[in-house]
Design a protein around this ligand. Structure first.
Ligand SMILES: *Cc1c(COP(=O)(O)O)cnc(C)c1O
Length: 225
């Protein structure tokens, strides 16, 4: 299915007005589709599967910023460490340490977002409120972050429930924003969180109203998967 250029321009102008970054989610879409959107000026693309991302990255321009938005297994970090721009779904210290190790092997600092679980579905990955504050405490209050010189945590990522109930979705985004503010390690400016990744095709407008700085939009731009 060809990329809808008009749809893209209307989404981009709306996001630009609110200073929100668009990650175009290209999972399952072809290299040709991605190149079409690249020609429209898009540079941030999001993928969920390591092998698919590695294959596409090799075939597409080097100035694309690749976002890994899926559930990342520790043993696969090494495949994306050479080039990945931002890893959205970090949900354990163990994974963070592995990203740090692989980033160091390539002489890179990799940006990461901690994933928070606020949705109703039990299947969604992420840290709950208590786990998040535990991880944040270990990293910043106990100084563990000093050992992790090859990662840079820039904020949080979350998903709302798959629901038709707008109030549920809005409340989950409010919750994410509140957790973002409460846990933001403002004591050291290097570690100040600036990115709140929330909002997809069906709910990105609500997410922006509730303080999103980065949205991950797939089907609205590329057509249904
Ligand atoms: C697939 C996916 C998206 C994009 O979903 P759309 O509904 O197609 O916009 C966003 N975030 C994550 C984590 C995804 O897996």
């Amino acid at each position: 299915m060809p990329v809808n250029a008009q749809q893209y321009q209307s989404v981009i102008s709306e996001l630009t007005k609110h200073h929100v970054t668009l990650v175009a989610v290209s999972k399952t879409k072809s290299v040709l589709d991605i190149r079409e959107m690249y020609e429209l000026g898009q540079r941030d693309f999001g993928e969920n599967y390591v092998q698919e991302l590695v294959e596409k990255q090799a075939l597409l321009p080097n100035d694309i910023r690749w976002h890994f938005i899926g559930h990342l297994q520790s043993n696969k970090v090494k495949y994306i460490a050479p080039f990945v721009h931002l890893i959205h779904g970090v949900d354990s210290l163990r994974l963070l340490k592995e990203i740090n190790k692989q980033a160091a092997r390539h002489g890179r600092v990799i940006d990461c977002l901690l994933q928070v679980h606020v949705a109703q579905e039990a299947t969604k990955f992420g840290l709950d409120e208590a786990e998040l504050s535990g991880v944040v405490h270990t990293l910043y209050a106990s100084g563990e972050i000093q050992e992790l010189k090859n990662i840079h945590i820039t904020g949080l990522m979350g998903m709302a429930s798959f629901s038709d109930h707008q109030e549920t979705i809005r409340n989950e985004f409010k919750k994410l924003k509140a957790l973002f503010c409460q846990n933001n390690p403002s004591s050291s400016s290097r570690e100040l969180w600036t990115v709140l990744s929330m909002g997809m095709s069906s709910d990105y407008k609500t997410a922006i109203e509730e303080g999103s700085t980065m949205v991950r939009i797939g089907s609205l731009l590329f057509g249904a998967r």
